[in-house]
Design a protein. Structure first.
Length: 354
């Protein structure tokens, strides 16, 4: 019996091996298809998001006549908030002004080590000296004195705003980020809203937002009204609005930081799509890879501890509806940022605010 061959075991084993091989081939083919589909969708998404970002070549626009870098490792980022005073934004609390404006301007200084940051807001009504610039159409815009800071953007474009800030401060702007307010609404809605707390009520003057004192969760439309509110809060001045803008920026950064978007690809894409649609950057940041690398380098900066101040200004003696840069306070602010030092307490007080 031991010498008799048995046909049963081989006939059982062959189908099993063949079945396993076929099953393995099916699994491998399925995985390959899924990988190809995923990579195709990923490439489409990457290309789509990259295509959302507009950019400005600062080196080409400004040339070599710029402040030198003083502290290696430190970063200075000019953040502009702009809008078109027509269409969806026409009902906002900004007065009767037409055309595109840069209504929010913050120079954000991130010291060497990148564990903290300071944001200096420049009031839009500040009378400044505008340097000679090339406009968006390539034509030369002549230098001028006693012009409103926010008029520089509408007349000569964002690169000229960068040049103006560099002339004012003596600080080289490493990067430029412009957020369009229309796209900003979409980003807030993609976040599911942003929470703010008011210590006094907002009256809703001139079609603006009406809120009681306390904590509120704002959607995109109300958030836009919040950062544009002027006459319905505090003394109704642009200086008071700056405080609201700084408060909201900190609240939005905190909201972005606390949401686990990386654990939810669909949510991450929605946030990225909304965010990139509202962005114009310098050419060095004008890709998802560059933005991600820059954001990763800033991960040590906690929005809750970011220092926010307003550039010290005083009311103009000729036109009390305008302000001028207050010295020596402003000079002390710029010197502290240039040298990567803490801003002295005496430099933070604006004569215009008392």
């Amino acid at each position: 019996m031991t010498d008799r061959p048995s046909a049963t075991p081989p006939t059982r084993r062959r189908p099993r091996r063949g079945g396993r091989r076929r099953a393995l081939r099916i699994v491998l083919l399925t995985v390959a298809v899924l990988i190809l589909a995923a990579s195709g969708a990923g490439w489409w998404a990457y290309s789509h998001l990259n295509g959302n970002i507009d950019s400005v070549d600062l080196d080409q626009a400004l040339g070599d006549n710029r402040p030198k870098k003083v502290v290696a490792g430190a970063q200075n980022v000019l953040v502009l908030g702009s809008d078109s005073r027509a269409g969806a934004n026409a009902d906002l609390d900004h007065g009767d002004v037409s055309g595109a404006r840069s209504d929010t301007a913050m120079l954000v200084h991130i010291p060497e080590g990148r564990s903290k940051a300071t944001a200096v807001s420049i009031p839009r009504d500040t009378l400044i000296s505008r340097p000679e610039c090339k406009g968006a159409d390539g034509e030369t815009v002549k230098a001028a004195n006693r012009v409103m800071f926010n008029s520089v953007y509408s007349l000569a474009g964002p690169a000229c705003v960068v040049k103006t800030v560099e002339q004012m401060s003596g600080i080289r702007v490493d990067h430029f980020v412009e957020v369009d307010f229309a796209g900003f609404k979409g980003l807030v809605d993609a976040l599911g809203g942003v929470t703010v707390t008011l210590d006094k009520p907002m009256s809703g003057a001139k079609g603006g937002l009406k809120l009681d004192a306390g904590t509120h969760r704002l959607n995109g439309t109300d958030s836009l009204k919040f950062v544009r509110t002027r006459y319905g809060y505090g003394d109704g001045s642009d200086l008071g609005r700056i405080g609201l803008q700084q408060q909201f920026m900190m609240a939005m950064l905190s909201e972005i930081k606390k949401q686990d978007a990386l654990g939810n690809p669909a949510r991450l894409y929605k946030l990225a799509d909304a965010g990139t649609k509202s962005l114009t950057t310098d050419s060095d940041l004008a890709s998802l890879t560059s933005l991600a690398d820059f954001a990763q380098s800033m991960k040590g900066v906690d929005p809750d501890t970011m220092e926010t101040i307003m550039l010290p200004v005083a009311y103009d003696k000729v036109d009390p509806n305008r302000v001028v840069v207050a010295e020596p306070q402003a000079g002390m602010v710029w010197e502290a940022l240039r040298s990567d030092q803490k801003i002295p307490a005496e430099a933070k007080k604006s004569p215009a605010k008392g």
